[in-house]
Design a protein around this ligand. Sequence first.
Ligand code: GLP
Length: 270
Amino acid sequence: MTSPPDHTAPAPAAPRTAEPPLQIPASPEPVVHPGRDAAAEAVADEIVALVERRPDTVLGVATGSTMTGVYRALVRRARERGLDVSRLTAFALDEYLGLPPGDPRLFRSVLEAHLVGDLGLDPSQLRTPDPERALDDPAGAAAAYEAALLDAGGVDLQLLGIGRNGHVAFNEPGSPPDSLTRTVELDGVTRDDAASSFGGLAATPRRAITVGVATILRARRLRLLAFGGAKAAILARALTGPVSPEVPASLLRGHPDLALHLDAEAAAAL
Ligand code: GLP
């Protein structure tokens, strides 16, 4: 039997160097798929395999057009294989503030359509931040969501998209790597991209509640998807540029199980 390490022993002297070496985490080699459907199916297959092995999987779910195909493929595969989803839990990344309850543009509504309506989860299996409470008690709403994630045992597989400004969830440029769930002001680029869903910029939400970068990094697997030429430049910055809060997606590079699923257009600048 080996004895436990003696933490009281003096640490061996560190070798003296003039400058600590600059650690720039490399990015994993992206998987470039022939198209969006192929990417969505690959990710859906991984989720199905995970849930078959561990029916109580905790899935981190994202919204945005990138994810639509993943949920469709997941529903199709789950039906084909008779997947038991009764013990699955899904946690959303973020939510807009200031929309009326039940608004179809709430991320809760979008995710309910896919995961409750189509996949067959009970509404209680889909967890989303509480935007009403976040308006009155932002710290309480944020802490409650972090606690719910921890209570569930953390996220096994986190789906992620990327904004044109490099955001992940609603961690906008400037979000620190140690950030947790909190309310945020949305970046101009994010609001511009969302404006068409709200009939113009004036009616587009200005604030949201989002999990933090550190919350995302706690997930055991990260699966980031990006499609189309509009994501090419930011992906190149996130994956090959400096690791910096200015490009929040770059902060994911140190994660031990990050996979990137792209189409050829999104991968064009890599
Ligand atoms: C939203 C979400 C992000 C998502 C991003 C990209 O702002 N908060 O989680 O990754 O948009 O959206 P799309 O997939 O539509 O490009």
